[in-house]
Design a protein around this ligand. Structure first.
Ligand SMILES: C[S@@+](CC[C@H](N)C(=O)[O-])C[C@H]1O[C@@H](n2cnc3c(N)ncnc32)[C@H](O)[C@@H]1O
Length: 448
């Protein structure tokens, strides 16, 4: 297929360079940065919706913001897409992306605050779920996927992981390799081990090791001894679990976990609060950045002693800081195990009178709560607000609406509806929770 010279003019939402062919067709090229000129081979198979993808054959002019990636696997691993862009370049590019998306989707011209940088550029991830496979000769491979594929890029070290879990990857791989346990991520050969999940408490240093498998512990002879050995070898490991996921779905974890050694949960502090976290419940992966967001949220509540709804509340990450500050908060969450932990975490902190939790979809509980609510915090998954939730917030406006988003495109869609209704957008703070990746969080503050 043809190769041609292209000048990159922007970055796509997933960190690829974007340029145009002479006839105006848009081309997405991984690993290139705005301002760079390169010889690019246009991929023959990727012509979709008049958008092409290309491979860089040779860079003809580098961006001054290009740097040597801190990870030796950066050119292959799809886990990070911006390692080759300087830290300052990542922040300004994320800000530009948010501004462009808001303008394109919501027709909103917003004076954006600069992106709030993560306190650490590397070593910030408190959790990893690492795909496993056995290669020829029984060699165990573990690593994240190559970009746009399900092929593992084998790794022993990942610099964005908290060093305390990163240090466990290689020895755990070696121990798993030495077993005769089947490893079958795709469940195509009768099942077996699928993923290795590691979680560390950023402040406590406590670690949970979880093997995700399609079968229970009976199928893994010697697991209990191995797990106890891990706990002796690494005193920071407080529990080893086997999570049962026998369904070929996208959900990494199944609904039940077997305790193999130690305990089911790790303890962690968050601000001045104590939390218990399980292996499979959602918790913000960049703890210090999430603590800053909790402070920003508190600053935006309109008065002391507010009635607040924390929609999509997880284990109470933001519910409990609001309750501890004297507000009365209703947390809404669909995942039963998260609600159980949220209630327990409220009790641990003596906050059960001011932090209550309802289990179920937000859409089911929100309408009844809104008339007596001063402020709502929404922190939905990437798909953003469901239609009925958006509608309820428009029909029964609250004084202050805080929207924490992990996808600028769905945020823009929802903001357009909210500001066409009774709300005005007071501020929008982009936040970097995931340096070296193209992910962007935003905290939007609206009032009615
Ligand atoms: C982005 S996480 C935020 C969790 C929490 N705010 C935190 O920061 O730890 C989104 C949460 O929404 C929950 N969730 C997803 N869809 C939901 C729905 N329709 N109703 C209620 N909760 C939902 C997920 O289980 C997850 O805990």
């Amino acid at each position: 297929m043809q190769s041609c010279e292209i000048t990159i003019t922007g970055l796509s939402h997933d960190g690829q360079g974007v340029g145009r062919l002479a006839d105006g067709q848009v081309v997405f090229v991984p690993d290139l940065l705005p301002g760079e000129r390169a010889l690019v081979r246009i991929e023959p198979t990727a012509r979709r919706h008049r958008v092409l993808t290309g491979q860089c054959l040779q860079r003809l002019q580098d961006s001054p913001l290009r740097r040597r990636p801190p990870c030796i696997l950066a050119d292959h691993c799809g886990g990070c897409s911006l390692q080759h862009l300087s830290a300052a370049g990542q922040l300004s590019s994320k800000r530009d992306t948010v501004a462009q998306v808001l303008q394109r989707i919501a027709h909103l011209k917003v004076a954006l605050d600069p992106v709030l940088a993560s306190p650490s550029e590397l070593g910030y991830r408190n959790r990893a779920v690492i795909p496993l496979e056995r290669a020829e000769g029984g060699v165990l491979r573990a690593g994240f996927y190559r970009r746009s594929s399900h092929r593992i890029v084998n790794m022993n070290h990942c610099p964005v992981l908290d060093p305390r879990i990163d240090a466990l990857v290689a020895p755990l791989k070696a121990d798993l390799e030495a077993t005769d346990w089947p490893v079958d991520r795709h469940l195509s050969q009768g099942g077996g081990l699928r993923h290795l999940a590691l979680r560390v408490g950023h402040h406590s240093g406590e670690v949970l090791i979880t093997l995700i498998a399609s079968h229970g512990s009976d199928s893994f002879a010697g697991l209990s001894e191995l797990a106890q050995g891990w706990m002796r070898r690494w005193p920071q490991v407080v529990g080893v679990l086997l999570n049962l996921q026998d369904k070929p779905t996208n959900a990494l974890f199944g609904p039940t976990s077997e305790l193999i050694a130690g305990r089911q949960w790790l303890s962690e502090s968050f601000g001045s609060l104590r939390f218990q976290l399980a292996c499979d419940t959602f918790f913000q992966v960049n703890t210090p950045q999430a603590e800053r967001v909790a402070e920003l949220v508190l600053q935006q509540l309109p008065r002391p002693g507010c009635q607040v709804v924390d929609a999509y509340c997880g284990v109470g990450t933001f519910t409990l800081p609001m309750a501890a500050a004297g507000h009365h908060v209703h947390g809404l969450e669909v995942h039963p195990a998260s609600v159980q932990l949220a209630r327990l975490n409220a009790q641990l902190n003596g906050l059960e009178q001011r932090a209550r939790f309802e289990q179920g979809p937000v859409a089911e509980h929100l309408t009844a709560l809104l008339p007596a609510t001063d402020a709502v915090l929404v922190d939905p998954p990437r798909k953003g607000l469901e239609g009925p939730v958006r509608q309820a917030l428009i029909e029964q406006p609250v004084q202050r609406l805080l929207y924490l988003s992990c996808d600028p495109a769905t945020l823009a869609r929802d903001l357009e509806a909210l500001v066409s209704g009774p709300y005005q957008l007071d501020s929008l703070q982009p936040l970097d929770f995931f340096p070296n990746t193209s992910h962007i969080e935003c905290l939007a503050v609206l009032s009615s």
